[in-house]
Ligand binder design. Structure first.
Ligand SMILES: Nc1ncnc2c1ncn2[C@@H]1O[C@H](COP(=O)(O)OP(=O)(O)OP(=O)(O)O)[C@@H](O)[C@H]1O
Ligand SMILES: [Mg+2]
Length: 263
């Protein structure tokens, strides 16, 4: 089971959109996938139409209840969140090792899911630290804008600290650009800089700016249901394929899976 935290301490750059659509793409490739809403804004839950949930990730973390899993579609489930999760930021105490709780919860799903995607809040608080403690891998979405690079370098420094102190096995599966607009010189320039600074980490294609990606949550669904022929669907399918290739490259099963994916 690969646990992928999708994180960046910058807000509004496409984390939640990426969790929904990458999750749906992985499910489409027959990878059993669980989404975890780990942001008190609960945008992930809301954008998949889950509003009134009885049990959330908060109840699992703080009240030690077994989390309720909500099915979304074939191969895709979610553990939702709501505003309660804000309280966890105060209640969880890193000095008591509480940042390990999410990892313990997810360990119980080891034989059930192939991928777990965690939607992180836009800050490096105890929730993001918990996600990075539980994760085997992380994906960092960035927007190709002014100062994106400075923010990314600072964020990577914090991630390295967490890797050194808490989770030595954490790997950065990749950095990818979201809301890319080929017509904008600055967008192209930022991609070139990312290519030269992070040649190993930068995923080979950006996710383009695509209105359908912003519209799909209004219909409480993912891009593959809402607009299967859109750029957004194409880009998230490509990204999912690249992630499968990267993370499963060494396993035998993966070669079979990859054949299927590339058909
Ligand atoms: N590729 C895209 N093309 C067009 N709109 C996009 C794209 N990606 C994301 N958006 C839109 O940008 C806004 C922010 O995206 P999203 O909520 O995924 O960001 P976030 O990083 O999760 O934000 P937050 O930090 O608040 O959790 C949303 O309105 C979303 O629909
Ligand atoms: Mg979000």
């Amino acid at each position: 089971m690969r646990i992928i935290a999708i994180a960046n301490n910058k807000g509004g750059i496409g984390k939640t959109t990426s969790v929904v659509n990458l999750g749906a793409a992985l499910a489409g490739f027959e990878k059993k996938t669980l989404l975890i809403d780990f942001d008190p804004q609960a945008n992930l839950s809301k954008s998949l139409g889950i509003r009134e949930c009885e049990k959330t990730i908060y109840d699992a973390l703080v009240n030690e209840e077994s989390p309720a899993i909500y099915p979304i579609k074939s191969n895709l489930d979610i553990i939702p969140a709501n505003l309660n999760l804000t309280k966890a930021e105060q209640q969880l105490d890193p000095a008591q090792g509480d940042h390990h709780l999410l990892k313990e919860i997810l360990a119980t799903f080891n034989s059930v899911y192939e991928y777990v995607l965690i939607d992180c809040p836009p800050s490096l608080n105890i929730l993001t630290t918990s996600a990075l403690t539980a994760a085997t891998d992380m994906l960092i979405p960035v927007q190709a804008e002014f100062l994106a690079l400075e923010g990314l370098v600072t964020f990577l420094d914090s991630v390295k600290k967490i890797k050194r102190r808490i989770n030595v096995n954490l790997e950065i599966a990749g950095i990818f650009v979201t809301r890319f607009d080929q017509r904008k010189v600055l967008n192209r320039h930022v991609i070139e800089t990312l290519e030269s600074k992070f040649p190993e980490m930068l995923m080979s294609r950006p996710v383009r700016e695509n209105i359908a990606l912003a519209e799909a949550p209004v219909k409480r669904t993912d891009i593959f249901e809402y607009a299967p022929k859109s750029y957004g669907a194409e880009d998230y399918r490509f990204l999912a394929r690249e992630i499968i290739h990267k993370l499963e490259a060494n396993s035998e099963e993966s070669q079979e899976a990859e054949k299927k994916v590339l058909q």
